[in-house]
Design a protein around this ligand. Structure first.
Ligand SMILES: Cc1cc2nc3c(=O)[nH]c(=O)nc-3n(C[C@H](O)[C@H](O)[C@H](O)COP(=O)(O)OP(=O)(O)OC[C@H]3O[C@@H](n4cnc5c(N)ncnc54)[C@H](O)[C@@H]3O)c2cc1C
Length: 385
């Protein structure tokens, strides 16, 4: 075990960082997770997540958390409906008889972000997470690291793992290469109590997901267990579209006016997305880490998840890759295969970059296909496979 008598800091308590913390604690490592959220009640926005047998579910199994997952996943939420711009359903997995289950390689059970975070947090030793700890920068301290937080506090760690997502503050200490803009921007939203505030679209989901594709644009809906509706629209854009649009995304009527204009060829049924003040909106220009990225391994610093290989969400792999990184990194650090930390991290990074690049390329390709004239045919061929 290469972490004996070492303080390990994981920056970021997302799915990747918390999975790693759990796996390392099972091997006896001393771990602190520094998370910028104020506390564990911070609201988890965003679509539901489907976990895959060979990555996310595998990591949870090794973490001894598959039973907890079974208690919290949402049967049926993985069912997909495919719609056109007029909100006509062209394909409906709810009408398929086949019920997949655990153990089947194609079973992709869905879980909302909040229960996933809760079950990972519950599995950690009390006090593992230092909440309200937003990393500002890392500086070297001999072989280890000083952590400097936004509020002026500092801490020391022998080993640091950056699991701090798309805007990682750890990443620049590992590689200077920034992500590239993919040419698309999402507008992500969450509508509270959607049965009341967006009843038509809530009903359209049937408790699962809707992919609507038309005019080189898309709208993806997912129903969440707390009654909220999560969605994102997407179309090609310039990198600076958010600034140039002048839109205030805290002002739904402004965004509604933009949507009515840019998605004018779509049925008015979709305008329900922005016709309520109970919607929380975030614009997300889509970036991807360089597919050919490489860097020189450092013996006490590494990355995982989005911090290492941010990618667009269209292959549904981001969270699965983050959790698989956690599993592979924990093994390299604890299973006795490597003589020292440098060798262990070097092995992990080489495989992680390769895995991340392969999946990121698939995600970018899926995003391009879904926003092309052949989108419906491409998606239909996937759902029939
Ligand atoms: C709209 C949308 C839809 C998506 N849909 C899917 C999907 O269906 N399936 C899928 O697999 N993936 C999906 N993804 C991607 C997925 O959310 C990410 O790949 C995944 O969450 C990455 O996990 P992570 O642990 O690496 O990072 P994150 O989940 O981003 O977690 C990072 C954590 O670090 C914390 N943090 C950030 N900065 C700091 C700091 N400076 N100091 C301390 N803490 C910090 C954050 O608060 C957060 O808790 C989607 C993403 C988006 C935007």
């Amino acid at each position: 075990m290469l972490l004996t008598h070492k303080q390990t800091a994981i920056i970021g308590g997302g799915p990747g960082g918390l999975t790693l913390a759990r796996l390392l604690q099972l091997q006896g490592a001393v771990v602190t997770v520094y998370e910028r959220d104020l506390d564990r009640t911070a609201r988890q926005q965003g679509a539901t997540l489907d976990l895959h047998a060979d990555s996310g579910l595998r990591a949870l199994t090794e973490a001894g958390l598959l039973d907890a997952f079974r208690r919290h996943y949402r049967p049926g939420a993985d069912r997909l409906r495919l719609a056109d711009g007029q909100a006509r359903i062209l394909f409906d997995q709810h009408e398929q008889a086949e019920e997949l289950s655990f153990g089947h390689e194609h079973f992709r059970p869905e879980i909302d972000r909040a229960p996933l975070r809760e079950l990972l947090l519950d599995a950690l030793r009390p006090g593992t997470v230092a909440w309200n700890s937003q990393l500002r920068e890392l500086t070297r301290a001999g072989a280890g690291w000083h952590l400097h937080f936004q509020d002026g506090r500092t801490a020391y760690a022998d080993v640091v793992i950056g699991a701090d997502g798309a805007t990682s503050k750890v990443r620049p200490m590992v590689t200077p290469r920034p992500p590239f803009f993919t040419g698309y921007t999402l507008v992500e939203g969450t509508i509270d109590d959607a049965a009341r505030h967006a009843p038509g679209l809530w009903a359209l989901t049937k408790g699962g997901k809707v992919f609507a594709l038309a005019h080189d644009q898309s709208i993806i809906l997912s129903a969440k267990g707390d009654g909220s509706l999560s969605f994102y629209t997407c179309q090609a854009s310039t990198e600076d579209w958010v600034q140039r649009s002048g839109l205030d995304f805290r002002n739904p009527p402004q965004v509604a006016a933009w949507f009515a204009q840019d998605f004018a060829a779509w049925s008015p049924a979709w305008q329900e997305l922005f016709a309520t003040e109970h919607v929380y909106l975030v614009p997300r220009p889509q970036y991807c880490m360089p597919l050919d990225q490489t860097w020189e391994t450092q013996p006490t610093l590494t990355l995982l998840g989005d911090a290492a290989h941010l990618m667009p969400p269209y292959a549904g792999e981001g969270v699965n890759m983050a959790m698989l990184d956690a599993l592979e990194l924990s093994r390299c650090l604890t299973d006795g295969r490597f003589a020292d930390l440098h060798a262990a991290i070097g092995h992990y990074e080489a495989e992680m970059r390769q895995r991340g690049s392969t999946v990121a390329a698939v995600s970018v390709e899926a995003m391009q296909q879904l926003h092309s004239p052949g989108a419906m045919a491409w998606m239909s061929q996937l759902t029939e496979a």
